[in-house]
Design a protein around this ligand. Structure first.
Ligand code: GLN
Length: 264
């Protein structure tokens, strides 16, 4: 079996270490003898290439890079990405990427950047004087059917642990939040929503990167990608995640959230 990971603008959208998500998916596939191809989706990439990907990863960026990406991600490319997400291609989009998938992003300086409108939400930076939302982020994944599927995999309610660093605040409209904030700012520091979930696309403010800290999400993405591609039920071989589990426990202890320990 083989999966092709489409990596959105690897050079422009890699400010916050989210390439770790690509590496995590790649390694977890390789450990199971699943072949992986990484396809960079960048400015020179023709829209047809978007059709070839089984899973999409998008990372965070600074406002300036986001603007360059938005100028490029138009027309046929935007359409190709939209039809992928609409048709259930799994993806993980962190921070700057989800801002672009919403209706618009208003940066700290300069004009509003129109987004792709794939997620029914808007993002606004309150200005350079405003405090950035920085720190450890812990949230319970509540979006359905994702939460139930993860709970079945884990035997416990799924709790994601990560790190956020954003100026923009995101306000959801008619789209499910990915989860509920336990610790941190989440989408906007006000309504306790964390991220968004649409079809099989996970949108989050959580760096970390997200997947190595929460390997069950990586496995969910891999499973979805393989099931979509091969149209059969996929059961992934278990991987020894004891190091990741220890890291999760250490973080929950540090944040005084040991009552969520059962879920790691
Ligand atoms: N530039 C965006 C913000 O500050 C995204 C930051 C990020 O991707 N971490 O909100």
């Amino acid at each position: 079996m083989k999966i092709a990971i489409g990596w959105l603008y690897p050079t422009l959208m890699s400010t916050y270490g989210d390439r770790g998500n690509v590496i995590c998916i790649q390694r977890r596939c390789q450990w199971r003898d699943i072949l992986v191809e990484i396809i960079p989706l960048k400015r020179e990439t023709p829209p047809e290439i978007f059709e070839q990907v089984d899973l999409i990863v998008g990372g965070g960026a600074q406002d300036r890079q986001q603007e360059i990406v938005m100028r490029d991600l138009q027309g046929e490319k935007a359409q190709a990405l939209k039809s992928k997400l609409d048709n259930g291609t799994p993806g993980v989009f962190t921070c700057g990427s989800p801002q672009l998938l919403g209706h618009y992003y208003e940066p700290a300086l300069g004009k509003r950047i129109d987004g792709l409108g794939m997620l029914d939400m808007v993002s606004q930076h309150p200005g350079i004087e405003a405090q950035r939302c920085i720190g450890n982020l812990v949230f319970e994944i509540t979006a359905e059917p994702l939460a139930k599927e993860l709970e079945a995999m884990l035997g416990e309610k799924p709790v994601a642990i990560g790190f956020e660093n954003h100026g923009g605040r995101t306000y959801l409209r008619d789209v499910q939040p990915l989860g509920k904030v336990i610790q941190g700012y989440g989408n906007n520091g006000e309504d306790k929503t964390a991220g968004a979930f649409y079809q099989n696309a996970i949108a989050t403010y959580s760096h970390g990167p997200l997947l190595p800290k929460n390997p069950f999400i990586a496995d969910w993405l891999i499973k979805k990608a393989l099931q979509n591609k091969y149209e059969q039920e996929i059961n992934l071989v278990a991987i020894d995640d004891s190091l990741a589990i220890s890291a999760r426990k250490a973080m929950l202890q540090r944040l005084d959230l040991s009552n969520f320990m059962a879920t790691v």
